[in-house]
Design a protein around this ligand. Structure first.
Ligand code: ATP
Length: 438
C-alpha cells in the first residue's frame, strides 16, 4: 500500500516516538531546536548503519585505514582550511510579525515564508560552534567544534603516512560527531545541529581524480541499493553546477533521495583537489607531499571524499521502509527494513507463558544471540499483537515456539512482509534465517 507522501513524515515521526527510536533532546524542559536523542531501537539502527559503512569502506578493503580525531580543534586548523571565512550560510530575518530567521538560499522571493512580512538584507553567518579551552575566554583560547571530520584526516596525513604502509591511492575513514549551527534545522533529523558524520578521504595521484571520482560515485550508490536496500527508483545523482561548488571543490555529485518534501541530498561526493593538503602545508610549514616511486618526484595527492551523516541515512531508511497494509481485516503499520539494518532482526515469541515453552524459547534465543540482533517477547497478549509490534519496529522474522515444538523440535518462522509462515527444525534455524536474510 502506498502511504500519502504528504502524511508520510508525520507518520514516521509518530512511529519513532511511539516505539522509542528518537526523542527530542531534554523534552521535559521543552526540547532544544535541532537536537535529538536516540532511544533503544534508534541506537540499534544507528549502530547497524555505522557498522555497515565501516565494513564496506574499511574492513572489506585493503586500501582504507581508520582514524579518530578530536571533536574540538584549534582555530589554526579552521583558519587554514578556510572554514572561518567560507563555512557560512546567508541569513535573512523577517522584519514583520514572526521575526523568524531563514537561510536566504532556501527562501523563494522577498517575503517571509511564515507570515508574509518583509525580509532584511542577507548577511553571512558562520555555522561553526565556538568555545574556549582553559579558564580564560580570550582570542588565544578560542577553539571550534568540528563541522566536518575531514580536517582531522588532512592534519594527521603525515602521521599516517609515516606510521603505516599505506601508499597512494589509499583512503582514511572516520566516523564521529560533527556540529553545525544550522540557521534552519528541520525535516526531523534530516537537518540537525549535532550529528554523526561518516567521511572518507581517498588520496589519489593528481591526474587520477576523474577516474576515482567516478568509481566512488557508483560504489556509494551501489551500497545504498544493495546493502541498505533503498528503493533505487527514489535515488539519483545530482551534479553540482560549477558556480555552486564549495570553495575547495573541482566537482561534486550528491546522491539524492526523493524525500516527501522533494529531492534532497543524502550523501555528497566531492573532488577536493589538493586544496586542503596545500593550505595545511603552507600554514603549518610541514612537508605534506608524497613520493612518486616511479619518477622519484614529490607531489601533493588529490582527494575524493564521500561524506554522509548517520542521521540522514536513518531518516531515509525509515521513510523508505514505512508502509501500511491490511492483514486479517485489520490495518497494520510496518517498516519494510532490509534485514541488514533492522534494529531487531529476529524476535522469539513463545505462544504461551507455559514453563516448558519458555524454556525452549530461551534456548532458541541463546543459540541465535551473537549472530543476529534478537529480542525476546513473552509479554501477555495474543500472538497477533506481538507480531504487529515487531512489524512496526521492522523486525523481518519472528520465531514462534508452540506446543508442537515440544514434540517435533521445530518452530515457525513468520515473515514480516508477506506474513507467511514456515516450519523449521530448531537445528536448522540459523542457516535458514541467514539464507532468508539474503
Ligand atoms: P547543505 O548545503 O544542505 O547545508 P552541505 O552541502 O553543506 O549541506 P555537506 O558538507 O556536503 O553538506 O555534508 C555532507 C553530508 O553530511 C550531507 O550529505 C549529509 O548527509 C550530512 N549533513 C550535512 N549537514 C547535516 C545536518 N545539519 N544534519 C544532518 N546531516 C547533515
Amino acid at each position: 500500500m502506498t502511504v500519502d507522501r504528504n502524511e508520510l513524515m508525520d507518520r514516521v515521526v509518530a512511529l519513532t516516538k511511539r516505539r522509542g527510536f528518537i526523542f527530542p533532546t531534554a523534552e521535559i524542559y521543552g526540547g532544544l531546536s535541532g537536537f535529538y536523542e536516540f532511544g533503544p531501537y534508534g541506537v540499534a539502527l544507528k549502530r547497524a548503519i555505522r557498522d555497515l559503512w565501516w565494513r564496506h569502506m574499511v574492513d572489506l578493503r585493503d586500501d582504507v585505514v581508520g582514524l579518530e580525531s578530536t571533536l574540538i580543534m584549534p582555530a589554526a586548523v579552521w583558519e587554514a582550511s578556510g572554514h572561518l571565512t567560507n563555512f557560512v550560510d546567508p541569513l535573512r530575518q523577517c522584519l514583520g510579525k514572526c521575526k523568524k530567521r531563514w537561510r536566504a538560499d532556501h527562501v523563494l522571493g522577498e517575503k517571509c515564508p511564515e507570515c508574509g512580512g518583509p525580509l532584511d538584507e542577507a548577511r553571512m553567518f558562520n555555522l561553526m560552534f565556538k568555545t574556549y579551552v582553559g579558564p580564560l575566554q580570550d582570542r588565544a583560547s578560542e577553539v571550534y567544534l568540528r563541522p566536518e571530520t575531514a580536517q582531522g584526516m588532512f592534519v594527521d596525513f603525515k602521521n599516517i603516512i609515516n606510521s603505516t604502509r599505506v601508499r597512494v591511492p589509499f583512503g582514511i575513514a572516520q566516523q564521529g560527531k560533527a556540529f553545525r549551527n544550522e540557521i534552519t534545522p528541520g525535516n526531523f533529523v534530516f537537518r540537525v545541529r549535532e550529528f554523526e558524520l561518516m567521511e572518507m578521504e581517498y588520496f589519489v595521484r593528481p591526474q587520477a581524480d576523474d577516474e576515482w571520482f567516478s568509481y566512488w560515485r557508483s560504489e556509494r550508490l551501489r551500497w545504498y541499493t544493495d546493502v541498505l536496500g533503498l528503493d533505487k527508483n527514489r535515488l539519483r545523482f545530482y551534479d553540482h553546477p560549477k558556480e555552486s561548488l564549495s570553495h575547495y571543490s573541482k566537482q561534486t555529485t550528491d546522491i539524492e533521495y526523493e524525500f516527501p518534501f522533494g529531492w534532497g541530498e543524502l550523501e555528497g561526493i566531492a573532488d577536493r583537489t589538493d586544496y586542503d593538503l596545500a593550505v595545511h602545508q603552507e600554514k603549518s610549514k610541514q612537508d605534506l607531499t608524497s613520493l612518486d616511486p616511479e619518477t622519484n618526484e614529490r607531489y601533493l595527492p588529490w582527494v575524493i571524499e564521500p561524506a554522509v551523516s548517520v542521521e540522514r541515512i536513518f531518516i531515509t531508511l525509515l521513510l523508505d521502509a514505512y508502509d501500511e497494509d491490511v492483514v486479517n481485516n485489520e490495518p497494520r503499520t510496518l517498516l519494510r527494513l532490509h534485514p541488514n539494518v533492522a534494529p531487531v532482526q529476529v524476535a522469539v515469541v513463545p505462544l504461551s507463558k507455559k514453563e516448558e515453552l519458555i524454556r525452549v524459547a530461551k534456548d532458541v534465543i541463546k543459540a541465535l544471540r551473537g549472530q543476529f540482533r534478537v529480542e525476546y517477547d513473552q509479554t501477555g497478549g495474543n500472538i497477533g499483537r506481538r507480531y504487529r509490534r515487531q512489524d512496526e519496529i521492522g523486525t523481518p522474522f519472528c520465531i514462534t515456539v508452540d506446543f508442537d515444538t515440544l514434540n517435533d523440535q521445530a518452530v515457525t518462522i513468520r515473515k514480516r512482509d508477506s506474513t507467511e509462515q514456515e516450519r523449521v527444525k530448531i537445528a536448522d534455524l540459523s542457516p535458514r534465517l541467514n539464507s532468508l536474510a539474503g
